[in-house]
Write a protein that binds this ligand. Structure first.
Ligand SMILES: [Fe+2]
Ligand SMILES: [Fe+2]
Length: 334
């Protein structure tokens, strides 16, 4: 007798795409199917392997979305992370679907990281995620564009971290000297660049009015706190720290925490500063409307000396229609 649960599927149950489940893998979570608008039925318990026959039967019945109980979110997340490399290589999955799985899995991971930032296992999971992101993006520009299309207009620190990682790695891929080690160190620093915000109170992080001098002072500690946290775990190569420490530095000693000049900044810091500013400008915040891509790039070009000009030019090309140069007012003025 099937076990029916009367619920709104959107309420306590999380949709899972059938295509993301790997055949013959052990799922540590129960799967539910929707039987009518407000009813879910237990389809497969966690104890049973997910076989090809299971998959075929579901496809024959036109099922593309299954549900998991919200309380199994953690198990599902770990399953996705462990199978991500295989999912991203699968010839059966459309590229856009792969990008959305990568994006969602990354975002959920960052949620866990910020909840428990000094837990070594969370940082190890982040390293695995960065490796998967780099392999995926090395497929070419289309992979990057697929990820870019998913960029949420609404800001959350989770999606922001994923966006900054994607943009930083994509920019670095255009540089001649960026080998695998470069991409990896930069990528992990970029993904975790705001990890120090875990120490800033929710009240300050979510404040919709201007921060007081004291609150600003606390907020400005997050790059240093981030490095302290990473050092504590000992999981991340020290070279990646500069991406975290310097992402709010601006050339001409206009940034923080160390008021560095451009020539004192590490290339990882310079790259993440560009990706971070761009993403901050192009996402919607309570106190700010999201800017479109080109006005944001133009504004960045007008902030003379804030960003490394060579890297900013590459970044502008990266976001141009075909990865080719696009004209910005300051470029023509130069
Ligand atoms: Fe930051
Ligand atoms: Fe940031």
């Amino acid at each position: 007798m099937p076990r029916y649960i009367k619920t709104s599927p959107q309420l306590n149950y999380v949709p899972v795409s059938l295509e993301a489940l790997r055949i013959d893998s052990v799922l540590n979570f129960d799967l539910y199917v929707q039987v009518d608008r407000n009813k879910l039925s237990l389809y497969r318990s966690a104890a049973l392997p997910f076989t090809e026959a299971t998959m075929r039967r579901l496809i024959e019945h036109g099922v593309t979305t299954l549900y998991i109980d919200g309380s199994s979110r953690k198990e599902y997340q770990i399953y996705m992370e462990e199978n991500l490399a295989e999912i991203l290589r699968s010839p059966d999955l459309p590229e856009a679907k792969k990008a959305s799985i990568l994006y969602d899995t990354s975002t959920e991971l960052i949620r866990d990281v910020l909840e428990n930032p000094t837990y070594g296992e969370n940082i190890r999971r982040s390293k695995n995620m960065v490796q998967n992101t780099i392999s995926y993006m090395l497929q070419g520009r289309e992979a990057f564009l697929n990820l870019l299309r998913l960029t949420s207009v609404n800001y959350t620190v989770y999606t922001h971290s994923v966006n900054v990682c994607t943009l930083s790695v994509a920019l670095a891929q255009r540089l001649k000297n960026a080998d695998q080690k470069f991409l990896y160190e930069l990528g992990i620093g970029a993904l975790l660049h705001d990890i120090g915000k875990a120490r800033v109170s929710e009240r300050i992080l979510n404040k919709t009015t201007a921060l007081s001098a004291m609150e600003q002072e606390i907020m400005r500690r997050h790059p240093r706190w981030g490095v302290e946290m990473l050092r504590e775990t000992g999981e991340v190569p020290a070279a990646a720290y500069s991406a975290v420490l310097q992402h709010h530095e601006r050339g001409g000693r206009k940034g923080y925490p160390d008021k560095l000049d451009m020539h004192e900044m590490h290339v990882y810091g310079k790259i993440v500063a560009i990706a971070d500013s761009f993403d901050a400008m192009t996402t919607e915040r309570v106190y700010q409307k999201a800017m479109e891509t080109y006005p944001a790039l133009k504004l960045m070009h007008t902030l003379k000396g804030h960003f490394d000009s060579e890297l900013l030019r590459e970044f502008t090309m990266l976001l141009g229609p075909d990865g080719e140069p696009i004209s910005t007012s300051s470029e023509t003025a130069e």
